[in-house]
Design a protein around this ligand. Structure first.
Ligand SMILES: Cc1cc2nc3c(=O)[nH]c(=O)nc-3n(C[C@H](O)[C@H](O)[C@H](O)COP(=O)(O)O)c2cc1C
Length: 204
């Protein structure tokens, strides 16, 4: 009887541990093997999506931070190209966004593209704020961390990892009048541009 009682307790502990590992947190570290997770590394020149389609029409997620302290938001403003002899991706993040804090505090950011079937999730990630809720859980995303520790998502089909080269807020006095008035009317914090050197690109 005593042996059965002990075995029951051991089995209960094992089950509780297994449940704790599988539930309540859909973040997982990738360590060194993104390739083993169906990602294939490609060169920046091999990104075959039209930039206007990819950024303006499909939308992207920009993410910054590391495991346990990260945020992401939807963007449709951005550029991809070259600066100072390096491949670069530039994003524009308003100071009103919670993501802005993560862009300031981290040396890297990632940009991820998703299949069209994820449009509703991207829409949610562009409305909700990480200040108020866990957006990763809200969108049902599975975070994978790159070898550099930056967040990308199992549900994405393209991931671009960038090292911040330059970040600066737009100067309102240098903007066209129309844009200056738009910021005044909307009350939105003036955007920072973050130019990132593309250090890795993966696709599914
Ligand atoms: C389609 C779409 C595109 C967006 N593009 C940008 C953008 O380029 N820059 C920006 O600052 N906000 C953009 N936003 C707004 C942010 O995604 C939104 O305010 C988000 O809730 C911010 O989340 P956060 O507070 O967790 O950072 C966009 C929203 C949508 C729906």
């Amino acid at each position: 009887m005593h042996i059965f009682g002990t075995m029951k307790r051991i089995i209960t502990v094992i089950l509780a541990l297994a449940m704790a590992m599988s539930c309540g947190n859909n973040r997982k570290a990738s360590g060194d093997a993104l390739a083993a997770k169906a990602w294939q590394e490609i060169a920046p020149t091999e990104v075959d999506l039209n930039p206007v389609q990819m950024i303006d029409r499909d939308w992207l997620e920009v993410s910054a931070g590391m495991e346990g302290n990260m945020n992401l938001m939807t963007i449709s403003w951005g550029t991809i190209g070259e600066l100072w002899g390096k491949p670069v991706f530039t994003v524009f993040v308003s100071t009103s966004r919670y993501t802005h804090k993560f862009m300031e505090e981290n040396d890297y950011f990632t940009v991820t593209h998703f299949p069209e079937s994820m449009r509703d999730k991207l829409s949610y990630l562009g409305r909700a704020s990480g200040r108020d809720e866990d957006k990763v859980a809200g969108a049902g995303l599975t975070v994978e961390f790159t070898d550099l520790g930056n967040p990308i998502y199992a549900e994405a089909d393209l991931a671009i990892e960038c090292k911040k080269l330059y970040g600066q807020q737009f100067d309102a006095s240098l903007m066209p009048e129309e844009q200056r008035q738009w910021y005044e009317r909307s009350g939105l914090g003036i955007h920072y541009m973050y130019i990132g050197e593309i250090v890795h690109v993966w696709k599914k």
